[in-house]
Every structure is written in C-alpha cells, then in structure tokens.
Write a protein that binds this ligand. Sequence first.
Ligand SMILES: Cc1cc2nc3c(=O)[nH]c(=O)nc-3n(C[C@H](O)[C@H](O)[C@H](O)COP(=O)(O)OP(=O)(O)OC[C@H]3O[C@@H](n4cnc5c(N)ncnc54)[C@H](O)[C@@H]3O)c2cc1C
Length: 407
Amino acid sequence: MTLHMTAIADMTVAPEPSRAAALACLSRVRPAAYARTRNHLEGAVTGLSPWLTHGVLTLPEVLAGVLARDPLAVQHKLVFELGWREYFRHVWAHLGNGILRSVHEGPLPEAAYARVLPSDIREARTGVPVIDQAVRELYRTGTLHNHARMWLASYVVHIRRVHWRAGADWLVAHLFDGDLASNHLSWQWVAGTGSHKPYLFNAENVARYAPEAWHSPGSAIDCSYAELDAMARGRAGKTVSSAADGVAGLAEPALLTEPPANLGVLAPEVQAAAAAVRDRTVWLVHPWALRAPPADLPADAVVIGVYPREHHHAWPWPAARWRWVDAAMREVCPQRWHIDAAALRKALAGAAAVRCTDDPHLPGAMTGIAHREAPPRLFAPVSRHCTSFSQWWTRVTRGVTQAGELL
Ligand SMILES: Cc1cc2nc3c(=O)[nH]c(=O)nc-3n(C[C@H](O)[C@H](O)[C@H](O)COP(=O)(O)OP(=O)(O)OC[C@H]3O[C@@H](n4cnc5c(N)ncnc54)[C@H](O)[C@@H]3O)c2cc1C
C-alpha cells in the first residue's frame, strides 16, 4: 500500500494563547448574531473555548464581558451554551472517571462497535468531504465548530460503527480546547449512550450549514434519516467500511506525553526545588488554570507552573498544543515543571503553604499536595445529580430572569 502523507504539524494556525488575545476575542462576541447563526460553520460563534478550557478566561468573566455591552435574558442562547460547559462539569463531579465509560447502553450492544479508530478517518481520506474537511481543519487549527464535531462523531459511531470512546480519545488530544467532560460526554450524547437517541445527520444537513467544499452528495451520508436510523440500530444490510487503500491522506500529528524539549520546561531536581520554596507560600499554576495568582498571596510567594506527569502520560498532546498551553503558562509564571505527584510532594514538603485552583483534570495523586481552591463558577452548584441538561438548567435558572443575576 502506498500512502502519500502530507505532514501538517507546522501549519497549525491556532488562536493566540495570550490573555490579551482572549479579551480581544471576547470584545468581538455578538450575542444576537450568535443566536441567529451559531449552527452555521461560518456563523458568529465566539471561538473562546481554548482560553476557557485552559482557564485563561473563566465563564463569569465571559458573561460579564458580554453584559458590559448587551443586557441578556438568562434564557438567551449564548448563556444556555455557556451552561453546557458547566453542566458537563456537574456530571463529571458526580460520575468521576465514570464519564469515560458508557453511561448506559446505546442503540447497539457495546461489543458491536470496533475499538480502534480507522486510519482513513485519522488521515482525512475517507472520501466523504465533510469528514475529511473536519479532520483537516482539526489538525490545521486545533479547533472545530460544534456542528462539525457532531458530524464527525456521528459518522464515526453510527456510520462506521466505531466505539465512541476511540473517537473521543483521539479528538480530545487534538483539540486545543480538549476537555474530558465536554468532549467525552458530547461523544456519549451523539452515540446515544448519554442521551435517549443517537444523533444522526445527512448530506442535506451538511449542505445547509457548511460551505460548499464540505458538501457530500453521493457519499455514505447521502441518505434519508430512516436509513441512517436503521444503520445506527443495526437494521440495515451493511455498514460502511474504510476508504480504498492508496488514497492520499494527512499524517496525524504525533502525540507527546512530555513537553517538547525546546520549551524549557524543567523536570526539577527535587532537593534544589525544595530549598527554593522552604517556608514560603507556593501558588501552583496548571494547564487548566492559566491565570494570574490571587491577590491575597504573600509578597514573597513562589509561583510555579506544573504539568502533572500522570495526566500527560494518559492524555498526550500534539506539539502544537504543548506550545500553545506553554506560551499561556509562561505569561503567568516563567518557572514550569513537568513532574509526577511523588516528586512534587517531596519538593513542596517544606513550603509554608501550597495552593492552587481545583480542576478535575488534576490527577488524584495530587490530592494532599496543595490546597485546591474552588474555581470561579457561573451557575449555583446543584448537589443532586441531574441526568439531563434540562433538569440541571431548570434548577440553576429557577427564579432568574436576567443573565446579570448570575454574576
Ligand atoms: C463531539 C464533541 C466534542 C466536543 N469536545 C469539546 C471539548 O473537548 N471542549 C469543549 O470546550 N467543548 C467541546 N465540545 C462542545 C462545543 O463543540 C465547543 O465548546 C464549541 O464548539 C467551542 O467553540 P466556541 O468557543 O466558538 O463555542 P461557542 O458556541 O461560541 O460557545 C461559547 C462557549 O460555551 C461553551 N459551549 C458551547 N457549546 C457547548 C457544548 N455543546 N458543550 C460544552 N460547552 C459548550 C464553550 O465553553 C464555548 O467556548 C464538543 C462537542 C462535541 C459535539
């Protein structure tokens, strides 16, 4: 088999990782246009998710920034979509690592789905334009419009009959906004293992919302919803198999469990690190809270950026995402460590206090090393596990009319 791969890792054109760029992006949000056009690939979506995922901006800051120009009802589409991010966090808090398994059975038994994502999908050579365009866009920019994510996930699970987890693990690595709750639970929503029915789409739907290069007439998705439903439920005669070998494709960017060497992230020598923080307060910055430290830190506090080795070993990133995150981390702390929990515990044992912003991406092994402070949230906490977004939304907006009341 001869494949003509094109390497694109160096072509990545991501949004700038700085806080200034995030604030500039926030100043361009237009809620009315968002509500009208957000389903279109060229619609007025905010593009804020990489900064939100990595904590450069918080949801309350986003809402406050938008409300400074336009008062919004709490039921406005933009507030509702911000709610999805926090709802998925709510589910993660209740299910923990359970979000990585099917919440319930989908349209077919688990064993009906392949466990490996086929190479023609990874290499953007399925021959279905909407899918190949989506994968190209993903590798080129590190982001993808919500509708394109839904199409991609639906194609993987229901047309190619690949288990949602294989697709979710691949996508979360390549997205600059890759977030285990939003990503894996969205895949489950599409798969029908976290919702009551599979999400399906066809060529007509793509033609309505995407530019022409994405249109896919005559392809595997050019059929009726009844036919797609039969395929998803195993009632159609055949499933769609991979594209023919020999078709030119893209090389998937390599995934790295460690920061690229040229970033200057240290694996610190524990004794020297311990001496530098002895009897001082330490503030830990990590990839999910890339913000300036709180104002109440003592003047001689030490700020250290930490990449938890356990997490990155399990969830590697392409070099472009490492560069993006590290540029944002360097803005708030020049000193960055790539370190495992045991070494971090030793290095910080003599510090007067160790604090950080909590995030469920932090490995459990970090518990007890730092006092984990609650991150800023937009909606009131709901202690009872809500199994649907609408249950949760009803609770968090009860008695609220204007979005400003959330702040
Ligand atoms: C298969 C699949 C995988 C996804 N993986 C991720 C992921 O890893 N990380 C991630 O942040 N989002 C994920 N999403 C949700 C959504 O696609 C992105 O949040 C959105 O496309 C980001 O672009 P934006 O900032 O322009 O969003 P906008 O539409 O402008 O929305 C503003 C913000 O609201 C939040 N938001 C909007 N829609 C959703 C949603 N459906 N779910 C959760 N939050 C939402 C995001 O924080 C987003 O930045 C996924 C969706 C699907 C279908």
